[in-house]
Design a protein around this ligand. Structure first.
Ligand SMILES: [Zn+2]
Length: 158
C-alpha cells in the first residue's frame, strides 16, 4: 500500500530571519580616507539602496559614565542607552555628518545600523544626519563641512 504522501510542507519565512538579514552588514569594502571634515569613511564599491553597511559598535554606558564621558563618539540609542563609539573596532565612527546624507541610521533592538539611504557609488564618502541636537551643539558653531554646505558656501562666495 502506498504510504500517503505528506502534504507539501510549507516552511514560512520567519519575519525574524528576514529582519536579521536586513540588519546584517553586507561586508562592503570601505576605507578611511581624508575628507572635508577630517577623516571620513568611503565606499570602495557600489552599495545598493537599503543595504545594511555597517554597525556602530561600542560598550553601552551607564548613566554615570555617560555624564562623565567627554568624547564626541557617544551615540544616544534610546533615553536610557548610550553607546561609546570611541574604540578601534568601530570603523563606523569615521562616518561624518551630512545635511544631505547618503546613509541613515536604523536602530534595531538597541543596536545601531548604518543603512544606505540611496544607491552609493564607489568612491563616495558615507555620511548620515547626526541629528539636530548634535548639529546645533557641535557642528553649527564651527560651520558644517558637509558637501552640501561646502557647495552652498562656494556659490555664495562667487
Ligand atoms: Zn551641512
Amino acid at each position: 500500500m502506498d504510504s500517503p504522501r505528506p502534504a507539501r510542507e510549507r516552511i514560512p519565512i520567519s519575519p525574524e530571519i528576514m529582519k536579521t538579514s536586513k540588519f546584517t552588514p553586507g561586508g562592503f569594502r570601505l576605507a578611511v580616507k581624508r575628507a572635508s571634515a577630517g577623516r571620513g569613511l568611503f565606499a570602495l564599491e557600489s552599495i545598493p539602496k537599503g543595504a545594511c553597511i555597517i554597525e556602530y559598535t561600542g560598550p553601552a554606558l551607564t548613566e554615570e559614565e555617560w555624564l562623565n564621558a567627554r568624547n564626541r563618539y557617544l551615540f544616544k540609542v534610546t533615553e536610557k542607552k548610550t553607546i561609546d563609539g570611541w574604540n578601534k573596532e568601530n570603523t563606523a565612527r569615521y562616518i561624518n555628518h551630512s545635511c544631505r546624507p547618503n546613509c541613515e541610521i536604523e536602530i534595531r533592538k538597541g543596536r545601531v545600523f548604518v543603512m544606505a539611504k540611496r544607491a552609493i557609488k564607489p568612491g563616495e564618502e558615507l555620511a548620515y544626519y547626526y541629528g539636530k541636537e548634535y548639529f546645533d551643539q557641535h557642528i553649527k558653531p564651527i560651520g558644517c563641512k558637509c558637501l552640501k554646505c561646502m557647495l552652498a558656501a562656494r556659490v555664495k562666495a562667487r
